[in-house]
Design a protein around this ligand. Structure first.
Ligand SMILES: [Ca+2]
Ligand SMILES: [Ca+2]
Length: 332
């Protein structure tokens, strides 16, 4: 009987040991639980099929080619991990203007060639939310995926936030002028201006907790912004644009563009032909071609078709659907 008790005791101890070992190996993994992972093909960093990188040496084929986006639960937020086809270019001491300003002094988060926009449709109510994307994307999301929150990973997050405020105010000013035949209601505009910072803070987030590791960039979004961890039942529109670091630091550097250029926001525009400092390969006479090099698409959809389906003449921008990770077979 005593021997049997000993055996039971040893067995219990072994089981406890296994359980505790199991726990100790599971605990860290659990604290970074994968919420979802979305995959994207290799080699499709060409928008609708014909877009090409700027000629400047900062860009090479593969740099904006997203392969996967993973969302993980971390303490107090969600960590997104974006994997690219090539090692992420790090800002070096290269001068970016006549004053000798060095790239690494500006792009302090370690990367400088791309932006990642993530438009989040939390309520999944068709038509509820915004369909406009950030300025300069020249595309909308489909009404089915109208969004409540946008996360924009950009090399200059602080500048981005200030610039977005200016663009929103200017756009409102134009709308008010149009509506009142050129007579601006200054008081109403001031009132609107006051509401802009809080509105942007609620809807747009520019991550500053960023970590670059080879082909992977990680960035964290707090629960306070998304209203909880990134939910696989929400909808996500994810697009990659080329970062416009020069324009972002100094508007006068963009003056060479001449004429009245369209609204730009942290992203290089696209034009026909090839260019030093913008994307090439664009269609002739199409002002609203999206300068989107890569994007995630739901299973069964084609990036090439979606990004080519627009018409400047009809004032009809490309409309991009989102992905619901929990329902999409490309997710896991
Ligand atoms: Ca890709
Ligand atoms: Ca893609």
């Amino acid at each position: 009987m005593a021997r049997r008790n000993n055996k039971t005791l040893i067995l219990t101890l072994v089981l406890c040991l296994v359980a505790s070992l199991g726990l100790s190996t599971q605990a860290p993994a659990q604290s970074k639980k994968t919420l979802f992972k979305l995959e994207d093909p290799f080699g499709d960093d060409y928008g609708e099929g014909r877009l090409v990188y700027p000629l400047i040496s900062d860009f090479e084929k593969g740099d904006l080619d997203l392969l996967s986006l993973t969302a993980r639960r971390v303490s107090g937020g969600t960590r997104f991990e974006a994997l690219f086809a090539k090692e992420i270019k790090k800002a070096d001491r290269e001068s970016v203007d006549d004053l000798g300003t060095q790239l690494n002094a500006i792009a302090r988060y370690g990367f400088y060639t791309f932006n990642i926009d993530i438009y989040v449709d939390k309520d999944r109510e068709p038509g509820s939310g915004l369909i406009r994307m950030l300025p300069g994307r020249e595309a909308e999301v489909t009404p089915e995926f109208a969004w409540e929150r946008v996360v924009c990973l950009t090399p200059l997050p602080n500048e981005a936030s200030a610039r977005l405020r200016r663009l929103v105010v200017n756009s409102m000013k134009r709308t008010m002028m149009d509506e009142s035949e050129g007579r601006l209601d200054e008081e109403a505009l001031e009132e609107f201006k006051d509401s802009v910072p809080a509105d942007i803070e609620e809807k747009a987030f520019f991550p500053t907790r960023v970590n670059v590791r080879n082909r992977m960039i990680e960035f964290t979004v707090p629960d306070s912004f998304l209203g909880g961890p990134a939910d696989p039942n929400w909808g996500y529109v994810v697009v990659i644009t080329a970062a416009d670091i020069i324009q972002s630091i100094d508007m006068s550097k963009a003056a060479y563009l001449g004429r009245k250029s369209r609204e730009r926001f942290m992203a290089l525009p696209v034009s026909p032909g090839t260019w030093q400092n913008r994307l090439g390969g664009g269609r002739e006479g199409e002002a609203i071609q999206p300068p989107i090099m890569d994007m995630l698409v739901p299973t069964g959809a084609s990036q090439e078709v979606l990004l080519d389906d627009y018409s400047t003449k009809q004032n009809r921008p490309a409309r991009l659907p989102g992905i619901v990770p929990a329902q999409d077979s490309s997710g896991s």
